[in-house]
Design a protein around this ligand. Structure first.
Ligand code: SF4
Length: 231
């Protein structure tokens, strides 16, 4: 099996496991998605959704974030890690969006990555989910799963992982693959307890085989995989 055939098999298997994989950050427009992804750095989507439930009620437009003192915005997102720097970045981002883009989040990768707090991953998520431009955002799950499955090398940078995935995955499947790899990593091939014993990809997974060797203390007990999407 060559690299493309292997990737095809992985894509088909994770599509069966997680047919409904999707962006789990609640949002109703590109601006809200940008704020939500910015907030999600080193924080779970679940916590972000709890915070944005009230945040997006109070702040609907970039101007609204600038109508309050920084301290007030900090308090409104204090449950989120790094809330001080995130609040500061949100206000700076809103200022640029108003001054340079007429109050709308730019619909280009270049424009997005110029915004404070918005890196390549965030820009990819916004471009693919809000503007329908295929992209593979590499977060901690995509990075870990790609390396465990041998699609990328252990010491590859996030950008190298992204490039390898872009080469192996058909462009029209980039966005869905991003979501499915996240679900696969979040609910099955977890960081601390990957479900190797019942993994349908075990046969082609070097890490899984290593973990399943007799006497390996990291060997996991079999737990039936959950194959539906979760909120
Ligand atoms: S065999 Fe284990 S490490 Fe490999 S993909 Fe499956 S769950 Fe992850």
């Amino acid at each position: 099996m060559n690299a493309k055939q292997k990737m095809r098999h992985i894509l088909d298997v994770i599509a069966d496991m997680f047919p409904d994989a999707h962006c789990e950050l609640n949002h109703s427009n590109p601006f809200e998605l940008t704020i939500a992804v910015l907030l999600s750095a080193q924080c779970t989507d679940e916590t972000v959704n709890k915070v944005t439930a009230s945040l997006f009620q109070k702040y609907k437009r970039p101007e609204h974030y600038l109508d309050v003192p920084l301290e007030e915005l900090e308090q409104d997102i204090r449950r989120i890690g790094l809330f001080r720097s995130k609040a500061s970045n949100i206000q700076k981002l809103c200022r640029i969006v108003i001054d340079k883009y007429d109050g709308e989040v730019p619909a280009s990768h270049e424009g997005l990555t110029e915004l404070p707090g918005v890196g390549r991953k965030t820009a990819n998520v916004v471009m693919s989910n809000a503007f329908g431009v295929p992209a593979i955002a590499v977060d901690t799950h995509v990075d870990r799963v790609s390396k465990r499955l041998g699609v990328a090398k252990p010491d590859d940078t996030v950008l190298e992982v992204e490039k390898k995935l872009m080469k192996l995955v058909p462009r029209e499947e980039w966005t869905l693959t991003h979501h499915r790899l996240i679900f696969f990593g979040r609910y099955h091939c977890k960081a601390q307890s990957p479900q190797c014993q019942i993994c349908p990809l075990l046969e082609l997974c070097k890490e899984g085989k290593q973990r399943m060797k007799p006497g390996n203390k990291t060997k996991n007990k079999g737990i039936k995989p959950k194959i539906a999407s979760r909120g």
